[in-house]
Design a protein around this ligand. Sequence first.
Ligand SMILES: [Zn+2]
Length: 128
Amino acid sequence: MGDSSGSVRRLGGGQLICRHCGLLQDQVQTLSHELVLLEPDMRVLAHEVPAGRRWIELVDGRVTVYGVCPPDPFQRCRIEHALACPGQQLPDLWPWLTSLRQENARKAERESQRLPLPPGGEPLADAG
Ligand SMILES: [Zn+2]
């Protein structure tokens, strides 16, 4: 029984040249039969990588996101080439920090526009 779809030729993986930087990246199949592009020859301590971006290798060569939290201190994982690619913008690795920075930007903007309060009064308070 062959694969009749013919849409995916390199299920076993391999290396591809990144179209953004020209460096090699490993194309690896995930547990959910998708392909992910990983940084070659690099195994990083999992706790140094944001959760959800820790790819661990299975015995059959596929990879899956490491779900142990907190991570084992000695567990190593692979990372997507996109995180190391000099030709791509770094994705939002820490969404809660991005939210905090955006909120602080709004807060700083409000602070810079705040006029001094009149004595004993609140700004824009409707007397009524
Ligand atoms: Zn690249």
